[in-house]
Design a protein around this ligand. Structure first.
Ligand SMILES: [Zn+2]
Length: 508
């Protein structure tokens, strides 16, 4: 080893309240850190030890000095060695801040012991992982829905064939069924005369020979169902939208319209919609910042056009007004853009997560070693079973039973190892995957439109509670960790002070 390529480092030691319980002294911390440096051929430039009062308070004089040492010697100090990360990073946010400073200084952060477990950072990490899992699920749904939507846009009926239609072989789409389409047409024509009840209509169709696909007599509910289904006039109605079908309609649009309830009347005024109206994904999520009531959505129906609005549920608030859905959602998209994490935060956040992950690796390796040992013992047992069988100590039946039992236990253990191997492998990819959506929060939200429920779940992953709206702007929402940490991070960036005083709310 030549001196010119030797890595250099500083060591930071501090007692925590746990150490007093565990009996880890400052001396043993320092020894372990030095041993680590020696093994890695790192030249220790200085050891910073937090003693006395500053070890108990937020001051951390030595810590500040240690960090400054790295900053002042940019790219000259390779590593910052600590005994445990929780010596300074009690919260994920602290860790992100420190990581940021050290990355700028060109210094790598190293923890000598396995750092993350049940502490607050470990918990935050767990939350993060569940966020990824959730996102991944959403996006998987979204991809499926997206594919489906593409076909619907092309006018393809993608679901089970309704009465009157069939799906010809080699064809993607449905076509009128020569055996039953004329009955469906008859249902509409008869109903348009205005002389029938659903019951009398069903009886008429029965007498003409109409049977369901199961060969049974049609009931009045079926009449109603058919009459209400716009599919028969060539319209695919789904998720609050209508698409023109590219299959042959059985009845004309006029005939269909004349069979609908309220035909010839014009409904007046906005009508409140059901809770799960896909048109209004922001319903309930958004509250008025003046009266604190959540907004709702309504649709007014003109003769040829529909208008959708978000508005107050109750009259009387000064800010009561109807805002066209498009305008309102445009405001919302702008707001999403404003809370989307910056590329710089993304970089730091990923680095932190990978640090934590690698440290969890070590523990996984340990656990896997235990499992492998268990498997070795089981394999010995298996060997014994074969020997017993050869020595006729086991009957054939007993042998089979014992052999299967031990094989099953071995397989279970092997599965445990493989599952962990999968986990180990995924972290970086998972982060990239997750940030593909986080980085494009607004775009993701827009693209989830066809899947209303996935969209609601995505919103829940961004916001921890309600979002306030003042008539023009959104703001003061409780954000989920990945977004909130970014806010804290940006805020700290813009503060001119920016000392490495890692207690939030306390001056450095
Ligand atoms: Zn209000």
């Amino acid at each position: 080893m030549t001196q010119t390529t030797q890595k250099t480092g500083v060591i930071y030691c501090r007692v925590s309240s746990y150490d007093q319980l565990e009996g880890t002294s400052l001396a043993s911390q320092e020894r372990l850190c030095r041993e680590y440096a020696e093994r890695q051929n790192i030249k220790v430039l200085k050891v910073f030890v937090e003693r006395g009062e500053s070890a108990k308070t937020a001051d951390r004089t030595e810590f500040t000095k240690a960090i400054n040492r790295c900053k002042d010697n940019k790219n000259k100090i390779s590593v910052f060695i600590v005994y445990k990360l929780d010596r300074f990073a009690r919260r994920l946010k602290d860790y992100i801040d420190i990581k940021d400073l050290l990355v700028q200084a060109g210094t790598e952060l190293i923890s000598v012991t396995e750092p993350y477990g049940t502490g607050p950072s470990g918990i935050a990490f767990g939350q993060m992982l569940s966020l990824f899992a959730e996102l991944d699920n959403n996006m998987r749904t979204e991809r499926t829905v997206q594919g489906m939507l593409e076909r619907i846009k092309q006018g393809v009926w993608v679901w089970k064939c309704p009465v009157g239609y069939y799906r010809p072989a080699k064809s993607n789409n449905i076509a009128p069924d020569p055996n039953s389409a004329h009955f469906v047409k008859m249902i509409f024509e008869e109903w348009a005369k205005g002389e029938h009840t659903f019951k009398s209509l069903a009886e008429l169709l029965t007498s003409r020979g109409f049977r369901t696909s199961f060969g049974s007599v049609p009931c009045q509910q079926l009449m109603e169902k058919i009459l209400k289904n716009p599919l028969y006039c060539g319209i695919i109605k789904i998720w609050g939208k209508e698409y023109e079908g590219s299959f042959e309609p059985i009845v004309s649009k006029n005939l269909f319209a004349s069979c609908q309830p309220g035909f010839g009347k014009i409904s007046a005024g906005p009508r409140p919609h059901s809770i799960n109206n896909p048109l209004f994904p922001l319903r309930k999520l958004v509250v008025c910042d003046l009266c604190d009531k959540s907004l709702t959505g309504s649709q007014s129906r003109g003769r040829s056009q529909k208008y959708a609005y978000y508005h107050h549920q109750k009259q009387g608030c000064d800010k009561t007004k109807f805002i066209p859905k498009e305008t309102f959602e445009q405001f919302f998209v702008e707001y999403l853009d404003s809370i989307t994490p910056s590329p710089r935060y993304e970089k730091i956040f990923k680095a932190v997560m990978i640090d934590i992950w690698k440290n969890n690796y070590k523990r996984l390796d340990g656990q896997n070693a235990v499992i492998r040992k268990d498997i070795a013992i089981l394999e010995q047992q298996r060997q014994k079973i074969f020997e017993f069988h050869q020595q006729k100590k086991y009957t054939d039946e007993e042998f089979e039973e014992q052999k299967n039992l031990v094989n099953e236990r071995i397989n279970q253990k092997r599965l445990l190892i493989r599952e962990k191997a999968d986990e180990e492998f995924d972290m970086e990819e998972t982060l990239d995957y997750c940030f593909k959506f986080v980085r494009n929060t607004a775009k993701t939200w827009l693209e989830l439109e066809p899947d209303y429920l996935a969209r609601l779940r995505f919103q829940q992953r961004i916001f921890k509670g309600k979002v306030k709206f003042d008539g023009r702007q959104f703001g003061t929402a409780k954000l989920s960790p990945i977004y909130q940490l970014n806010q804290d991070y940006q805020k700290q960036k813009s503060d001119l002070v920016a000392p490495p005083g890692f207690e939030p709310g306390l001056p450095g």
